[in-house]
Design a binder for this molecule. Structure first.
Ligand code: NAD
Length: 479
């Protein structure tokens, strides 16, 4: 029997119902779960922003210890509920149970990390050039932060926006993706029970128009967005027109170089993990595998063997390595993109249109002999699809790696110190991986890309303070 979950917005500490505006089903088993949620409009969005504005003062009055305690409590509650949340993520978004558990634990650690940061918001003091006077610098809250999040990390990405926003004294209006709203509502419930003042975090549900309605509201000070480049470009333009602080984390078409001297087993592991795990639905996934001729045939045979040992299936089954895509619209998009490549004469080594699967499942797909000017180089395919580019040596590999407008994550598999050093200096990406998959980052280090992949200050770790605080310089002369 289908379980139906009906969701509500959350504004000023209260649940707010509305007419059904969107639906999401379990992408692996549509009869298992139906999620229904309302669609926020401009009036509701304005109310949420007003509620957040009121909470900025309440948060300041509550003090840093109360905020640190609340963030630590959220972290502990996430850990205590990890099994329940992981199952919900798996059923709602198709992420494997193992990945869903891992992501929930990561979200818990993020709240824990920022509980500590709440107490470490250290300022500076200078002697003034004017004798007797002093200069103090402090890092004040920005005010009301609008957070917009995608579905592919439905609990970790909200965590790495909401936790630092609160740590540094801001209030939040949050619009999660309509594909992962039940997970968002579960996190919202935990946040609401953490002891934070009402209105510190408000959640508006719905698809793109709900996000637009939120950003149309007056009185937003800053916008933190993660999602596609097309949406990010719209948001940046709107933020610029209204002089709002903005931070955008967007897509990538990330490359991994495999040099002839690489450890073959490790290079295969990095490739398969980066390209196909999480069904390729990670912004840091490997889409372009740039391989030196000397190793290419052996490498491809080994990748094929490794992929054939992977189990694609229901993400609730602990033996499954790869779940489905998150929604029918994602499958349609990826099928269209792969058909475009096939129509241009490219034939996959495995997967693609020749290997159709049920529901939202999509077979791991690998193209070989991809030309550098292929569409695969320039357009993100947010699924388990990658291409091999064969190159003659390091310089050609680096040129191919840097040959598109993105710059999120890049990797190299090599034993050479020279190639490693050259790669670290010359690869154009915000995150560089040596003998590691392009996907998979730590929560206490800065996260973000360059070029078309990112805009604005970095997220996560201590770097998060730059976006979530406003520098205040105070000159003072005692009389
Ligand atoms: P998306 O851009 O379609 O949606 C992201 C969010 O923006 C959703 O909440 C959506 O409802 C909202 N939105 C859509 N239109 C809007 C508008 N006009 N105004 C305001 N909000 C709007 O992206 P998606 O499909 O949810 O996520 C996948 C994309 O996210 C991929 O491109 C992936 O690379 C990217 N991503 C990037 C990172 C990163 O950190 N760089 C991390 C994860 C995902």
């Amino acid at each position: 029997m289908t379980e139906t979950i009906t969701l509500t917005h959350h504004i000023a500490g209260r649940e707010r119902a509305g007419a059904v505006g969107f639906e999401q089903r379990n992408p692996a088993a549509p009869d298992d779960l139906l999620i229904r949620g309302p669609q926020a409009d401009t009036a509701l969005a304005a109310e949420a922003v007003t509620s957040a504005r009121g909470a900025v003062a309440t948060l300041e009055a509550a003090g840093i210890e109360a905020r640190a305690d609340a963030l630590a409590r959220i972290g502990r509650t996430l850990v205590a509920n990890v099994d329940r949340l992981a199952l919900l993520i798996a059923r709602e978004t198709g992420k494997t149970l193992g990945d869903s558990r891992g992501e929930t634990m990561r979200a818990a650690r993020i709240f824990d990390f920022f509980a500590g940061e709440t107490l470490r918001n250290v300022g500076e003091r200078y002697d003034s050039t004017r004798p007797g006077a002093t200069v103090e610098v402090d890092y004040a809250p920005v005010g009301v932060v609008a957070a917009i999040t995608p579905w592919n990390f439905p609990i970790a990405i909200p965590a790495w926006k909401i936790a630092p926003a609160l740590a540094f004294g801001n209030a939040v209006v949050w619009k999660p993706s309509e594909i992962s709203s039940a997970t968002a509502a579960a996190l919202m419930e935990i946040i609401a029970d953490s002891g934070l003042p009402d209105g510190a975090v408000n959640m508006l549900l719905g698809a793109g128009p709900a996000g637009k309605a939120m950003l149309d509201a007056d009185d937003i000070d800053a916008i933190s967005f993660t999602g596609s480049q097309a949406t990010g470009d719209l948001i940046r333009a709107g933020a610029a027109a209204r002089s709002r602080r903005v931070q955008l984390e967007m897509g990538g078409v990330n490359g991994l170089i495999v040099m002839g001297d690489a450890d073959l087993d490790n290079a295969v592991e990095c490739t398969v993990n980066g390209a196909f795990f999480a069904a390729g639905q990670r912004c840091t996934a490997t889409s372009r595998i740039i391989v030196e001729h000397s190793i290419a045939d052996r490498f491809i045979d080994a990748v094929r063997a490794r992929v054939s040992a992977l189990k694609v299936g229901d993400p609730r089954d602990p033996a499954v390595h790869i779940g489905p895509l998150a929604a029918p619209r994602q499958k349609e998009l990826i099928a269209r993109q792969v058909a475009g490549l096939e129509n241009n004469g490219m034939k996959p080594l495995f997967g693609g249109a020749a290997q159709p699967l049920d529901h939202c499942f999509y077979a791991p797909t690998l193209f070989d002999h991809v030309p550098v000017d292929s569409q695969l180089t320039h357009e993100e395919i947010f699924g388990p699809v990658a291409g091999v580019y064969r190159v003659g040596g390091f310089e050609e590999a680096l040129q191919a790696l840097n040959g598109n407008r993105f710059g999120l994550s890049a990797g190299i598999c090599t034993r050479s110190l020279l190639y490693t050093e050259q790669f670290k200096r010359r690869a154009r990406a915000g995150m560089l991986m040596v003998n590691l998959p392009t996907a998979g980052v730590d929560y206490h280090a800065p996260f973000g890309g360059t070029a078309a992949s990112s805009y604005g200050p970095r997220e996560q770790g201590r770097a998060a303070r730059t976006f979530y605080t406003a520098i205040r310089t105070v000159y003072q002369k005692p009389l």
